[in-house]
Every structure is written in C-alpha cells, then in structure tokens.
Design a protein around this ligand. Structure first.
Ligand code: PLP
Length: 370
C-alpha cells in the first residue's frame, strides 16, 4: 500500500476548487453552455475523480482526445444514469468508430471523417450527434480551407449526419490583443452564416471564454481554467488554485565552500552552506530545467534549488533558514499557496499545462473536498 508518508512526495488535488472553478466558468459563459475538457487524464489530475466532480456539478458535455479516453470516461459516467455527451477531439482516426455509442461521438475533422461517420449513422439509429470542426487559423485539426469551401458550396455534404455543434479552435486566445483572435472569430461567424445558422456553435477554450461574450457562441470548452491554471494572470485571479505538490526532506548536511552539489558538480556555493535533499525529482514531474533555477517553499520561506534535479531527488539551499524549520521529515512545497503552477512553469521555461500533465505515476495523489 502506498501512503502519503511512504511515497516521499504528495500531490494534493482540491476537488472543491475544481467545482468552484467550473461553477464560475459556467456562470461567466451563460446563457452559453459550459462543457469540460478532460483529455489526457484530466490534464494529469485523474480522469475519474475529476469527471465525477464535474458531473456532480451538473456538467454533461465532456471532451477527450482519444477513443481510449472516451471509453474510460463513459465507464465512469455510466454510473450517473443521466444523458451525457462525450466528444473525441482527435476525430475518428483509424479506430475511433469502435467506441462510438449513444454517448460517445467524434469531432469530425475532415471530409473523410464525415464520410465514415455518415456510413456509421446510416446503420446506427442511436448514434450520438457529432461535432464538425472547421479550421479557421490554427492549421492543426478540422476541415482545411479547401474542404471548408466544398462544404459551404454544397451543404448536402453534411446532409445525412446529425450535428450537435459546429466548432473551431482559437490559436492565440491567451494573448487577448492578438489580431488572429478577431480574424478567427469573423471567419467562424461567416461559416455559421453560410450554413444558415442551422447549427449550434462553439469556438472558445478557457482563454477564449475570458475574451468576452462575442467569443462564447452556444457552448464553451474550458480545460485549463477548470484546473486553475493557464489563461492570463489577471483572469487567473478569478480561479481557485487546485493543486499542491510537496516533497519530504530526507537529509540535511553542511557543506564547505569548496564542495559542489549534485550531478555534473553544477551546484556551487560561495560559502559554507546547508543543503537539504528532497524526495522529489524529474521522475515525479519536477522538470530538470529547474536545476539551479527554481524554488521550493518551507513555511512560506523561499529556498532556491541548487544543482541539477535528478530522477528521485532535488537539492535545495536552506542556509538562510533556522534548523528548527528545516529537518528530515519536513515537507517542502513546490506548488501551492506560495508558488502557482504557472510560476513554477515559467522558471522551467514551459507552460503550466506541460507541468501538470507530466506529474509522475509515483506521486501519492490525495484528493480533498468533493
Ligand atoms: C484542449 C482543447 C481545449 C481546452 O483548452 P484549454 O486551453 O485547456 O481551455 C478546447 N478545445 C480544443 C479543441 C482543445 O484541443
């Protein structure tokens, strides 16, 4: 049995924060509906507990990326005996059709997807309506320019399928001033108009939701904001942090000024120093890029990481802290009230999304609230 104490490092996820964030976003989006993006194991936080929490909050539109994720989510949501929609953002791929049922349907990203889906619908009366995705500028998934023109000139290409929404996806929503936001919004409106407003529509992720009413359409698709990360720092002030990451101090030692710390002898000190070694490493998701760069916190005091981060360990310089605050068994916070995921990510040269989806399997996951 893994317990918090034996694991060495603890990832705490506050389900009450997740609920509160979802409620906040739903109110902000109203009268548009608010779906929830739970792809990649709910951004690394655990698909089952997160989906359960959101379902209890009344969410009934869910987005995953892959067929496997859709299947796993359906297994969890079945328990609620309610009508749910599960959409697969990555489309049908080669095997997606196998998991489709009255709850699971694809986001159709190409004419090929539409063709496969039409054939499926013609032999399946209970097919869940699908979403048609038009690429308006991210050049990643969705009907491209040529395919979009084809569909707009011949609506019968969509004729035989039942459509829940038409959608598109913003490339730069986290930069509110970026001109691509308005361009994509306008292109998307033109598509909706051309289709005679026959379909419900969806454009925005978390950051798009914060761009205002003109970006809400009929449904929004936040992921990050539900987990309290990403968006702009001012928008994030409205969200509740949900994640705490702490590692246990295993040993402390005094080193003299000629000593170095860690692999490659890259941790150097200017004077005799006290070093604490913490049970948390890149294998747990503490990025190597934080070596000699990032920080931990002990009782609110900032302590710098010294030397490289290794697989199971990180060393911190605790010279400026009294010994009474820093001893074997003490927990060091790397994400929590003193340092947000976004702040840690910035020191690691990445984004909060990458930090939380990289949390390691070894971490003891503790769910509170809910
Ligand atoms: C991942 C994803 C989202 C959610 O994005 P966030 O920035 O996490 O809110 C929404 N829509 C699509 C198409 C996505 O791929």
């Amino acid at each position: 049995m893994v317990t918090a104490n034996r694991a060495g490092a603890v990832l705490t996820i506050d389900l009450n924060s997740i609920s509160a964030n979802y409620r906040f976003l739903r109110n902000l989006a109203a009268p548009a509906k608010c779906g929830a993006v739970v792809k990649c194991d709910a951004y690394g936080l655990g698909l089952k507990p997160i989906a359960k929490t959101l379902a209890e909050e009344g969410c009934n539109i869910f987005f995953v990326a892959t067929p496997d994720e859709a299947f796993e989510l359906h297994t969890e949501l079945k328990k609620f005996e309610r009508k749910f929609s599960i959409y697969m953002l990555n489309g049908l791929g080669s095997h997606g059709i196998e998991v489709c049922n009255q709850y699971i349907s694809p986001v159709l990203n190409s004419l090929k997807d539409i063709e496969i889906w039409s054939a499926y619908c013609s032999r399946t009366v209970s097919a869940h309506p699908a979403i048609v995705n038009f690429d308006t500028g991210i050049s990643r998934l969705g009907l491209d320019k040529t395919e979009t023109v084809k569909v707009l000139n011949d609506h019968s290409l969509l004729g035989s399928i039942s459509i829940a929404y038409v959608m598109s996806h913003l490339a730069c929503a986290d930069e509110p001033e970026h001109p691509l936001n308005l361009q994509q919004n306008q292109k998307f409106k033109n598509i909706i108009d051309n289709l005679c407003g026959r379909h419900l529509s969806s454009l925005s992720n978390s950051a798009g939701l914060f761009l205002g009413k003109d970006y809400h359409f009929d449904m929004v698709r936040p992921g990050a904001a539900i987990y309290g990360i990403g968006c702009t720092s001012s928008d994030r002030k409205n969200l509740n942090p949900a994640i705490t990451l702490k590692g246990e101090i295993l040993q402390t030692r005094i080193i003299d000024r000629d000593s170095t710390v860690g692999y490659g002898a890259e941790g150097v000190v200017k004077k005799s120093s006290r070093i604490a070694t913490v049970s948390l490493g890149y294998g747990d998701g503490l990025f190597r890029q934080l070596g000699n760069k990032g920080y931990g916190f002990i009782e609110g005091h900032r302590v710098p990481i010294i030397g490289r981060v290794s697989m199971d360990l990180v060393t911190i310089n605790v010279t400026d802290l009294p010994e009474t605050k820093c001893y074997a068994g003490k927990m060091v916070e790397f994400i929590g009230v003193h340092q947000s995921v976004d702040e840690l990510a910035e020191n690691a040269g990445t984004i909060a999304y990458e930090i939380i989806t990289a949390f390691g399997n070894r971490l003891f996951r503790k769910y509170v609230g809910g």
